[in-house]
Design a protein around this ligand. Structure first.
Ligand code: PXG
Length: 296
């Protein structure tokens, strides 16, 4: 039998089938907690420091004190990968409010639960990168910044899940959420970019989108390649009439969008600039300078 992957929970390692948390954990009962999704390429954990910084910012925003320093967290993530002998992987770091009673008051939770899962992930069909995906604008608006905004990477993903359900029942690959003013915000687990006349645009993060680590990396990469990149409000009309559209995210990487609400984007095939960015991106993520080695 193949050896089971080990999952870290609160200082101990458990085989995947026995990695469990209490039904009284407020992460389960109330979605009270934060998480990160991180990728590993050829033994390099891409932008690990940035992901850890964002995790601690999310925790800070919900007044959840992680009982471990950032340095210890990095060490533990690397150790979990080594234990599982994983060089190309996906890391899911989850910190919940911990075990409490029935009642949402977080004061009753004595100590946060720390979970580190290392496994693989695949969000889109295998041909998504070559052919592009189809998408739709969903009726589900992204929560505004003064609500449970996705700026905090919390365990509350129902907003995204409702949008994803619409995509599923409409037989398209992905949903795109608008912000409360009707501008384009982001996909369900990815940021969005459009290209018009050679210039690259993405919505500003104050629309309530998650400030994506992949999006930031792609913006810097595009600028290095000589493209103009601007954050600006994008209307549905601008999205429909863009020459190219693509999503970015840790799990998604870069995925071209070929159709939105039945409107063909560009000529219906991944665009030239998107393809160039994808090629450079796949080189960048394997650059030791861009992350932390699991052998550190
Ligand atoms: N927006 C939202 C709402 C996200 O959840 C992104 C944008 C992209 O951010 P990064 O930093 O990853 O470039 C995310 C990322 C999952 C899954 O299980 C979700 C994410 C990442 C990995 C896996 O569906 N969210």
């Amino acid at each position: 039998m193949e050896k089971e992957l080990l999952v870290y929970i609160d200082g101990k390692y458990y085989p995947k089938s026995q990695a469990k948390v209490s039904v009284y954990d407020h992460g389960l009962l109330y979605g009270d907690g934060v998480f990160e999704g991180i990728r590993v390429y050829d033994g390099i954990v891409f932008r690990l420091k940035e992901h850890i910084d964002r995790l601690y910012c999310s925790a800070h925003a919900i007044m959840l004190e992680i009982p471990m320093t950032k340095e210890e967290m990095i060490k533990t993530v690397l150790e979990t990968l080594r234990k599982n002998n994983l060089k190309d992987a996906y890391i899911r770091l989850v910190i919940t409010r911990g075990v409490g009673d029935l009642g949402l008051n977080p004061k009753k939770c004595a100590k946060p639960t720390i979970i580190i899962i290392t496994d693989t992930i695949s969000l889109h069909k295998s041909e998504a990168k070559e052919k592009g995906v189809t998408a739709m604008l969903s009726w589900v608006k992204r929560d505004p910044v003064d609500a449970t905004s996705h700026e905090i990477k919390s365990l509350n993903y129902l907003n995204s899940i409702l949008a994803k359900i619409e995509a599923n029942i409409s037989n398209v690959d992905e949903a795109i959420c608008l912000d409360k003013n009707g501008f384009i915000c982001e996909g369900v687990a990815e940021n969005i970019f459009i290209i018009k006349r050679g210039k690259i645009f993405t919505p500003p993060s104050y629309t309530g989108a998650l400030p994506g680590i992949t999006a930031e990396a792609v913006m810097n990469l595009a600028r290095k390649m000589g493209y103009e990149v601007k954050e600006k409000n994008i209307t549905p009309y601008e999205l429909f009439t863009a020459n190219e559209v693509f999503f970015t995210g840790t799990a998604t990487e870069i995925v071209p969008v070929r159709e939105i609400n039945k409107r063909t984007i560009g000529n219906g095939a991944p665009g030239v600039i998107t393809k160039r960015l994808m090629a450079e991106f796949s080189k960048m993520v394997r650059d030791p300078e861009e992350g932390i080695s699991i052998y550190k």
